[in-house]
Design a protein around this ligand. Structure first.
Ligand SMILES: C[S@@+](CC[C@H](N)C(=O)[O-])C[C@H]1O[C@@H](n2cnc3c(N)ncnc32)[C@H](O)[C@@H]1O
Length: 232
């Protein structure tokens, strides 16, 4: 299979000394996103749609699989997952009731949609060991403190089948002209950014034994994202 890394620069494989850490506590994230929910789709489509669409492409969802999306948000990716997997199992969790309500509304547009959506946290997944074919997680690690990321990756590893796929999208550190604009906004007001700052996950995944096959950089409206495809 093709290995495509477009990672570059000094901070390529780990946190840079000046990497920004999370500044909105997980205890507040549900409430923050309940408030953001009504405008999230506009933001998500303008700045994140290229990376999110690529993630769906890389997930190569086939009907009949067991798919889990963690931090499903308003269901922008979950809608595509449920459409592609009418006879499989599609589960989504999120901390925010407001985001989940929008996700339900979106997915219910699919005739006979087969899914479950509920409140839950990435730190404690309600899924059997080695039960998930593909785990999708978009724009969540950019909200997670560095010191807590390993707990979540262990949980992802626990629920994924051997050889199972992990598809991740994160806000990442900017690599091109103008992309540091959002770090500036985050430094002034983390909540304006929904608590998101740029992170790089590839090396951490490798430390957890994931085989990273793709890491791509996307920039849309100056907003920097990384898309990662890895296997357990
Ligand atoms: C920036 S939004 C991304 C939503 C969606 N994945 C997308 O790409 O459109 C971040 C989402 O992560 C959720 N979230 C943050 N921390 C979480 C956690 N520990 N467990 C589950 N969801 C979490 C938030 O509630 C919010 O809906």
């Amino acid at each position: 299979m093709k290995l495509s890394f477009s990672c570059c620069g000094i901070t390529c494989c780990g946190e840079a000394k000046n990497a920004l850490d999370a500044r909105v506590s997980q205890d507040h994230i549900g409430a923050v996103y309940d408030r953001i929910a009504p405008i999230y789709d506009a933001w998500g489509k303008l700045t994140e749609s290229h990376a999110r669409n690529r993630a769906i492409e890389l997930a190569e969802i086939r009907d009949g699989q067991n798919i889990l999306e963690v931090a499903v948000g308003t269901g922008l990716a979950f809608y595509e997952i449920v459409k592609r997997n009418p006879n499989g199992s599609n589960s989504g969790i999120d901390l925010s009731q407001g985001m989940l309500a929008r996700a339900r509304k979106r997915v219910n547009r699919i005739p006979k949609a087969n899914y479950s959506l509920r409140v839950g946290t990435a730190f404690d997944l309600d899924a059997e060991e080695e039960s998930v074919d593909t785990l999708v997680n978009n724009y969540m690690f950019d909200l997670i403190p560095f010191e807590d990321m390993d707990k979540i990756l262990k949980e992802f590893k626990r629920v994924l089948k051997k050889g199972g796929k992990l598809v991740l999208v994160n806000m990442t550190e900017g690599e091109r002209f103008g992309s540091r604009f959002y770090d500036f906004v985050y430094n002034v007001s983390p909540r304006t950014m929904g608590g998101c700052r740029g992170v790089k996950l590839m090396e951490r995944l490798q430390q957890h034994g994931f085989r990273v096959e793709v890491r791509e950089y996307y920039q849309q409206m100056l907003f920097p994202s990384e898309v990662i495809l890895a296997y357990k």
